[in-house]
Design a binder for this molecule. Structure first.
Ligand code: HAM
Length: 441
């Protein structure tokens, strides 16, 4: 007699639920191997520019005291008010996933007395940032920035050096047209009178403001200038502009920045309403926009007061950060298409038979140690299957290593374009491959 087990449908449902494949957290996309070429090109361009401009790598932790950003970026900014991943650890510390890199670099600057070792300090960083935003094209909750910071000098040459380094990455990547929007945020003195003018302007129109702007009107009226709500945007057109209120020193600084920008052929347009979403800026602020791109690709400016806010010591500083996802998306959509930097030509290693497969590891290692990138598909048993993969990868040269070759101490080199084959001795393999690739490149 056959026995059929009764299954409890509720239990089954629970099992199905439990075994459902998990997915990434919303707004935190995976970067897959097929994207590798773009990221590699970006990082290579960044490293080249950093070296040419004498910037040195700094790596700060992903978690920082939440207060660092509350004090530095500003308590009444979107980033701190709405977008920060802040929480208390088991030990009771209030920490935050970094929403940006500048405040962390400044924290490290003071903590490790970096000003004693380099004046100014020229540092660069690359890594993930976290902002709890509404995910949409060009806006993620985890995204990557490449940043440059120059700490310890207030001269306008450094404002422009940061712009030049930022743009050099875009140029290195053969970016299509871009433009730099520039403005000045003045200093504590001149900004105070502008702030009052701005408040009065918006107070007279308070009823038309969105809820956030009405709330921030007193605390932080500059934020009203970069509000995305249609009604607030419409009011901006008639608002007073800071350039009419700059003190003599800020005016001279801004003038000098603009002169240097022109002398260095930077494509720019003044934008009197550019205030940026972070409170620490003074004097120069700028953003890089790809022509036709929906969002800024990079943003930065001077932040001479940030040191005072986080360590009680004012140290002049200027910097910028490039959004890597946005820049890569813009590169991909460019017309004519942007070509990625050429990879080193690779060889494809095929082996047929168990013994040849085992011996192939040593041969591939010899090539790799000599600097030749080697690809294989040894998981496929047949030569035909392996060569099919080689064809798909469009490698110029394949090596065929069968039982016969193994016993003879030789290997076949096959030109993947013409199909021509040549047998070489294993002792000469590295030399012959290098020569062949040189001819092909
Ligand atoms: P930011 O303008 O907030 O500035 O960010 C710089 C760049 O990061 C933006 O231009 C954009 O490309 C990218 N970005 C920002 N938020 C997102 C997001 N949610 N999704 C994708 N990309 C994003 C700063 O962070 C300053 N720390 C820059 C700086 C450095 N200022 C002085 N030094």
């Amino acid at each position: 007699m056959s026995t059929t087990k009764k299954t409890d449908p509720k239990k089954q449902e629970k099992k199905a639920e439990g075994s459902q494949a998990l997915q990434a957290v919303k707004g935190m996309p995976d970067i897959l191997p097929k994207e590798e070429g773009w990221w590699k090109s970006f990082r290579a361009a960044g490293a080249t520019v950093a070296e040419l401009h004498d910037f040195h790598r700094i790596e700060t932790p992903i978690l920082e005291p939440a207060e660092l950003f509350e004090r530095g970026v500003g308590a009444a900014t979107d980033i701190v008010e709405k977008q920060m991943y802040a929480f208390r650890t088991k030990g009771g510390e209030r920490v935050a996933l970094r929403p940006e890199g500048t405040a962390a670099v400044m924290r490290a600057y003071f903590e490790h007395h970096l000003g004693y070792f380099a004046s100014p300090l020229k540092a660069f960083y690359e890594g993930p940032m976290f902002r709890y935003e509404r995910p949409q094209a060009g806006r993620d909750r985890q995204f990557h920035q490449w940043g440059f910071e120059i700490v310890g000098d207030g001269d306008s040459v450094y404002d422009v050096e940061v712009m030049l380094a930022t743009l050099a990455i875009f140029r290195e990547l053969k970016f299509p047209a871009f433009t730099v929007k520039i403005n000045s945020m003045g200093c504590k003195v001149c900004r105070a009178s502008y702030r009052e003018k701005l408040k009065n302007y918006y107070r007279a129109r308070e009823k038309k403001l969105c809820k956030d702007c009405a709330r921030r009107l007193d605390k932080n009226p500059f934020r009203l200038l970069d509000c995305e709500e249609e009604d607030c945007k419409a009011l901006r057109g008639e608002a007073p502009i800071i350039l009419d209120y700059l003190c003599q020193t800020c005016n001279a600084h801004f003038k000098s920045v603009l002169e240097l920008v022109e002398e260095n052929g930077i494509p720019y347009e003044p934008d009197p309403f550019l205030v940026r979403g972070l409170d620490y800026y003074n004097r120069t602020v700028f953003e890089v926009w790809g022509v036709g791109a929906p969002h800024a690709l990079a943003g930065g400016g001077r932040y001479d007061y940030l040191g005072e806010l986080i360590a009680g010591r004012a140290v002049p500083a200027v910097g910028a950060a490039i959004g890597m996802e946005r820049s890569i998306a813009f590169l991909k959509s460019a017309t004519p298409p942007v070509a990625l930097s050429k990879e080193r030509p690779r060889v494809f290693f095929t082996a047929v038979g168990d013994q040849a497969k085992r011996a192939s590891l040593k041969r591939m290692e010899e090539l790799r140690r000599a600097g030749v990138p080697v690809v294989e598909a040894l998981g496929k048993r047949s030569l035909k299957g392996q060569l099919k993969v080689a064809g798909k990868l469009k490698v110029p040269l394949a090596l065929i290593f069968g039982q016969k070759e193994m016993f003879e101490g030789s290997i076949i080199m096959r030109d993947m374009v013409t199909g021509a084959q040549e047998t070489v001795l294993l002792d000469r393999l590295v030399e012959a491959v290098k020569q062949d690739l040189k001819k092909k490149s």
